[in-house]
Design a protein around this ligand. Sequence first.
Ligand SMILES: *[C@@H]1O[C@H](CO)[C@@H](O)[C@H](O)[C@H]1NC(C)=O
Length: 360
Amino acid sequence: MINVIFFLFLLRCHVATTVTHSLKYLVTASSAIQDFPEFVATAVVDGVQIGYFDSNTKTAEASVDFAKELIKINPDYLKLYTQKCLASTQIFRARIHNLKEVFKQTEGVHVLQRLNSCELDDVTGKTVGFYRYGYDGEDLITLDLQKMTWISPKHHMSARQLALDTDEAKVKHKIDGYTDVCSRLLETFVQHGALLLQRIDLPSVSLLQKSPSSPVTCHATGFYPDRAVMFWRKDGEELFENVDHGEILPNNDGSFQISVKLNITSVKPEDWRRYECVFQLSGVKDDIVTKLEEAAIRSNEVPGSGFPTGPVTGVIVGLLLLSVCITGLLIWRKNKHGFQLVNGGARSSDEEAELQRVRS
Ligand SMILES: *[C@@H]1O[C@H](CO)[C@@H](O)[C@H](O)[C@H]1NC(C)=O
């Protein structure tokens, strides 16, 4: 249930563009989730988590080798990131408290997330920044970077209710600063992480089916980067009906997975061979094409044709599902305006002011 909530919000955050590099900070603050930290922050470069903080350990850590190397050169990074996260833990706790009042909620699980990010286009050298909040799996409020105002089309929240800065000049100053720092950090990360971030990994693709009447899932896992598309086609033409596209999800080893379902109830057995699943990875010329064939399908049930793999594939499917749950946890371990070295060490007056605003 928790995973579902997070997925919903994050899915919408997924922007398919021609962007070459991105640095994303995600904060997930929650109330009343048992055995889960109240505050989790992660930093993610090109889909790879490079930093992590949670309110249980109260320490930030680098998640991959190149980030650990950078930390050695610049030990202040982690200290500052930790301080920022500790300050934000309080701010977000107060925000959730306020939101519960606004939405007249009393008990139960509530989740407030913030995503801020910058994206760098290698070709044009252009940088774009984002700033948005989500609550209980839905977009809550987003900063319109053109007008420097907060917009909340769905909930009609006012920035004041969230104790966000509304002064246009101040907001602009803050966002320009953020985008500047973010894009410089992104360049550094991309340089130092080139080996990891500019690799290309092809996935393994399989066809999965629960029972003979259920949809056939084409599942690709283990690919990198996360710029990929997958679809079903019939007689060489992409199908739009009877297909259900999943989103690209991270695996916990830094690779990605995606799946697309095809409802085959109205497909005649003799027509099966006209269908195929196509996987395309950005920057890779050859598609991975998988023909729809009964023999190629791995199923939980032992089919009539006598496939001796039932229990084994059952375990595989189980593991796949489990990995989706785990990646669910990993994906929202992102963020924070973490690495803002601009204002030095101690808790900034900005954060003090923010906390004051939220509490008043
Ligand atoms: C598949 O399509 C049939 C009709 O063609 C429909 O009755 C059925 O509900 C669909 N199954 C799924 C899982 O969407």
